[in-house]
Write a protein that binds this ligand. Structure first.
Ligand SMILES: [Zn+2]
Length: 311
C-alpha cells in the first residue's frame, strides 16, 4: 500500500501560483450557479489560511458577496446568520450543512439558499439527499480528500459523479496492493499532482473512472460510485452515519477511547431517538443553543485517517 503524502501535497497547494490556480478553478465552478451580487455564507471561521482565502477570492471573482461566520460558530449563530444575511448560497462541511438543515427544521426557520456547496465531498448519498430536502436546494461538492487546501475536483453539474481537476491532478484506481486497475473497475482512489507524479495521495475513498462522454460537457476524467472512508475504521464511521441519519440527532461524536467506543450525542429534546449502540462511555444530552457548536468532525476524521494509513 502506498504511503499517504499529505504534507507534501498540502505544501505544494499553498504555493502562491497554486493558490491562484485554485481560486480560478473554484470560481469557474461557482459560476455554474452563483450570480452577481448574491450573498454566500461561508461556514468556516475566518482565518488567514489558504483554504479561506481561496473561497473568498473565488466568491469575489464571481462578483458575489462573501458572508463570514466569524468566531462564533454556535449552531444558533449559523442559523441566524444564514437567515438574516438572506444568503443565496451556503458553503460548509457536509455534517455542518446537515446539522444546519436539522436546526432550521427544528426552529421552523426558512432559509433562502438555493444552492449549497459541500466541502469535503464525496458525501454519502443519504446525506446529500437529506440536505437538499431539508434546505430545499440543489447541492454541489468540492472534492477535497480531507486535507483542507487541496481541491481535486468538483461535482458534475448533471449529477454524474465528480470531475477531476485534470489540469493539476491525475487519478488512478488501484487494488488493495496498490496495483493500477483498468478504467471502469472499482477500487481505491489515488491522486497525484501532474507536476510531481511521484507524490501519490491515497485518498481513502473508493470509486471507479467512467470514460464515457458526460452530458454536462466536461471532458475531465469522471469518478463515479464513490464512497468515502471504507478502510480500517469503516465500522466506526458506519455507526456514526447511522446516527447522523436521524433528524432527532443534531450532532454526534464517536471515538475509540482507552476502554472502548465513546459516544457523545446532541439531540433535540422530545423527538424520537434511535437505539444507541453499546459503548464504554456514552453521553446523550439535549441541544443547548447557548453553547453548542458543531463537533470538529474534520479534525477527527483527519486524525483517524492519518492513523489508519500512516503505518
Ligand atoms: Zn459531467
Amino acid at each position: 500500500m502506498k504511503q499517504p503524502v499529505y504534507v507534501k501535497i498540502t505544501a505544494m497547494a499553498e504555493q502562491e501560483a497554486a493558490v491562484c490556480r485554485s481560486i480560478e478553478y473554484i470560481r469557474s465552478n461557482l459560476l455554474q450557479f452563483l450570480k452577481k451580487n448574491e450573498r454566500v455564507l461561508i461556514c468556516f471561521p475566518k482565518k488567514e489560511d489558504a483554504c479561506c482565502r481561496v473561497l473568498e477570492e473565488a466568491v469575489l471573482g464571481c462578483e458575489a458577496v462573501p458572508v463570514w461566520l466569524g468566531d462564533d460558530c454556535r449552531w444558533i449563530t449559523i442559523l441566524k446568520t444564514a437567515f438574516t444575511s438572506k444568503c443565496n448560497c451556503i458553503i460548509a462541511p457536509p455534517l455542518m450543512m446537515l446539522g444546519l438543515s436539522k436546526v432550521a427544521r427544528h426552529m421552523g426557520t426558512p432559509l433562502f439558499a438555493r444552492n449549497v456547496l459541500l466541502s469535503g465531498y464525496p458525501s454519502p448519498k443519504w446525506l446529500v439527499e437529506a440536505v437538499e430536502r431539508g434546505l430545499d436546494c440543489k447541492s454541489w461538492g468540492c472534492y477535497d480528500p480531507a486535507v483542507g487546501a487541496v481541491i481535486c475536483g468538483f461535482s458534475c453539474s448533471s449529477g454524474r459523479g465528480v470531475h477531476i481537476r485534470d489540469e493539476e491532478y491525475g487519478v488512478d484506481i488501484v487494488d488493495d496492493k496498490g496495483n493500477v486497475l483498468p478504467d471502469g473497475e472499482e477500487g481505491h482512489i489515488v491522486l497525484y499532482p501532474k507536476a510531481k507524479p511521484e507524490l501519490r495521495l491515497f485518498t481513502g475513498d473508493t470509486g471507479r473512472i467512467d470514460n464515457t462522454p458526460c452530458s454536462c460537457g466536461s471532458t475531465s476524467p469522471r469518478l463515479v460510485d464513490m464512497d468515502s472512508f471504507k478502510a480500517d475504521y469503516a465500522a466506526l464511521s458506519q455507526v456514526g452515519e447511522s446516527l447522523h441519519y436521524w433528524s432527532s440527532i443534531l450532532d454526534c461524536r464517536l471515538e475509540k477511547g482507552e476502554c472502548g467506543l465513546e459516544l457523545e450525542a446532541v439531540v433535540f429534546q422530545g423527538e424520537k431517538l434511535p437505539k444507541f449502540p453499546g459503548c464504554a462511555k456514552m453521553v446523550i444530552r439535549p441541544w443547548n443553543p447557548e453553547t453548542d457548536e458543531p463537533f470538529d468532525h474534520h479534525g477527527v476524521l483527519k486524525n483517524m485517517f492519518l492513523k489508519g494509513f500512516g503505518h
